[in-house]
Design a protein around this ligand. Structure first.
Ligand code: FES
Length: 106
C-alpha cells in the first residue's frame, strides 16, 4: 500500500497506525482497537481490518498464517522467515512485524 490511507473513518485511524499496533503485538480486532483506536464497526474497519490483520508482507503477499507455519517449521529469525516465505525480501517494512510474530509466537 503506497498511500497511508485512513482505515477507520470514525476515529481517523490510518493504515500505518494499525501496522504499528500489529508490530507491538496486536493480532485481533480487540487488540487493534485497544492499541490503535479503531472503532471496528465502520465500513472502513469492516472492509479492511480482516485483510490487514491476516497479512504480513504486502510486497510478497505473505500471510500471517504462512509466517506462523514457517516459525512452526523452525524459522526462528527474521532471516529464516524471509528465506522460507519471502517476507521482508523487498522493501523490508514488514521485518519489525515478523520479529514481533517470532517473539510472541503468534
Ligand atoms: S512489506 Fe514485506 S518486503 Fe515489503
Amino acid at each position: 500500500m503506497a498511500v497511508n490511507k485512513i482505515i477507520c473513518s470514525v476515529n481517523n485511524v490510518d493504515y500505518a497506525s494499525i501496522r504499528k499496533a500489529m508490530c507491538a503485538g496486536a493480532r485481533t480486532l480487540e487488540e487493534v482497537s485497544a492499541q490503535a483506536g479503531t472503532c471496528n464497526q465502520c465500513p472502513g474497519c469492516q472492509e479492511n481490518l480482516p485483510w490487514i490483520l491476516a497479512s504480513v508482507c504486502g510486497c510478497r503477499k505473505v500471510s500471517l498464517q504462512a509466517v506462523l507455519e514457517a516459525i512452526q517449521g523452525g524459522a526462528d529469525t527474521v532471516e529464516k522467515v524471509a528465506a522460507a516465505t519471502g517476507a521482508g525480501l523487498d522493501c523490508g517494512r514488514c521485518k519489525a512485524l515478523v520479529a514481533n510474530i517470532i517473539a510472541l509466537g503468534r
